[in-house]
Write a protein that binds this ligand. Structure first.
Ligand SMILES: [Mn+2]
Length: 183
């Protein structure tokens, strides 16, 4: 990030693996990364005073069927929320798209945070992307889309991009692939 001109990191960056990924905002520890772990990176930089925020979850060497299932559900929830990010739509509809799908798949109780937040001169700004928020999206707003599922004592998956609201939809501000990556 520094090589590309970042002023500083946007927050205390998170890299957690294995069981530590099961805490939505886990704190990095001296746990070694092991084969079969999910590794969650929640990272961002500040450039020209503006913050960025992005999360990717990748696997090392292998995944179980359960890990693949959870990853697929979170990714689909992410895209369902992104499909609702459009000028004129309610913020509530963005959160509901992700939350209702995760609930339908049986994991609602394991998605314990909002789908996203505004981001700009601060890392966390209004609007809060939650189903109780009746505000309407307007062009040039920037919000995150970051659903997650966290299975206690097992692992967690979160996939986050920032989206710029446009007249006809939205534009992802992250260029990094979101398909399951097994390193
Ligand atoms: Mn975020």
């Amino acid at each position: 990030m520094k090589k590309n001109g970042a002023e500083k990191v946007a927050f205390d960056l998170i890299v957690v693996s294995g069981v530590n990924s099961s805490l939505p905002h886990g704190v990095p520890s001296d746990k070694r990364i092991e084969n079969g772990d999910f590794i969650t990176f929640d990272i961002g930089a500040v450039y020209d005073g503006y913050h960025s925020d992005m999360t990717r979850t990748v696997a090392l060497r292998s995944v179980t069927d359960e890990m693949r299932e959870i990853y697929d559900i979170v990714l689909k929830a992410h895209y369902k929320a992104a499909d609702m990010i459009k000028s004129g739509n309610s913020i509530a509809s963005v959160d509901s798209a992700a939350r209702d799908y995760i609930s339908e798949m049986g994991y609602g109780e394991y998605f314990g945070h909002t789908t996203g937040h505004g981001v700009g001169l601060e890392i966390h700004e209004t609007p809060t992307v939650y189903h109780t928020n009746k505000e309407i999206l307007e062009p040039s707003m920037v919000i995150t889309d970051e659903p997650g599922i966290y299975l206690p004592d097992k692992f967690g998956v979160r996939i986050e991009d920032m989206y710029l609201v446009t007249e006809n939809g939205c534009e992802s501000l992250a260029l990094i692939d979101k398909e399951l990556t097994i390193l």
